[in-house]
Design a protein around this ligand. Structure first.
Ligand code: ADP
Ligand code: MG
Length: 227
């Protein structure tokens, strides 16, 4: 089972992982008020309007829009809500957008990929990170596999500190950003185990211009027996 980005982010937030936050609307009548609410609550002048569907690749498909002002944001809500969004993950039929997530915007300095899944061949969890965030990880795996750092976590031994350090170093971060990344990766694994997640991806995890590390996107799949 898949859940929406905004639902996955609520879970991340429960685990104290910093997220790009916002509010969801299901009808256009609520747009104007919600755009204002996002601007005031997160003290951001810009907002990002994001289609909520059970598939990635929304950015390229026209389902994620950066909006530098309120009129722009309203227009994007109108365009995206109710649209049939086609991405490389939806198949040619696309998916109808019934929910739109209006979120705070960030100036991003760096984008990373971080993800955890179960590796059935080893019976371990595999935790992967890459400095090539924001792109399709399958493409990175094909073109530049050396840019994906992986560790295999034995469920009985747990997430070892040397493994955590290897992943955080793999993101090429230093100082405060390294420390923030360590905390986030650690909490991600706890969330993955406690919620019985089969795939947890944050792509991109970003470093903002202010040096904060924040989850901009989130994807979670669950096994049917974890429900
Ligand atoms: P998807 O993976 O479905 O395409 P994302 O949430 O990853 O959707 O958004 C796609 C891209 O849009 C991101 O990689 C990022 O570059 C840009 N983006 C998303 N949210 C923001 C934001 N809050 N501020 C600036 N850019 C953003
Ligand atoms: Mg993404």
């Amino acid at each position: 089972m898949k859940i929406h980005e905004y639902q996955a982010k609520l879970l991340l937030k429960e685990y104290d992982i910093p997220i790009q936050d916002g509010y969801v609307i299901e009808n256009i009548g609520a747009a104007e008020e919600t755009i204002l609410k996002v601007k005031n609550k997160f003290k951001s002048k810009d907002v990002v309007v994001k289609a909520q569907i059970h598939a990635g690749g929304r950015g390229k498909g026209g389902g994620v829009k950066f909006c530098p002002n309120g009129d722009d944001a309203l227009q994007s809500c109108q365009n995206i809500l109710g649209m049939n969004l086609i991405t490389h993950q939806t198949g040619p039929g696309g998916q109808l957008v019934q929910k739109v997530y209006i979120t705070q915007a960030f100036d991003m300095a760096k984008e990373f990929y971080v993800g955890i899944t179960m590796d059935r061949t080893t019976g371990k969890d595999v935790f992967m990170v890459s400095t090539e965030g924001g792109m399709e990880i399958e493409e990175v795996a094909k073109e530049t596999p050396e840019k994906i750092i992986k560790v295999w976590i034995d469920p009985l031994e747990g997430f070892r500190s040397f493994q955590l350090a290897k992943l955080a170093r793999g993101l090429n971060l230093e100082g405060s950003q390294y420390k923030q990344a360590v905390k986030i990766l650690k909490k991600m694994y706890v969330c993955f185990k406690e919620k019985d997640i089969s795939l947890l991806e944050i792509n991109p995890l970003v470093e903002t211009d202010n040096g904060e590390i924040i989850a901009i996107d989130a994807k979670m799949n669950f096994d049917s027996n974890a429900l």
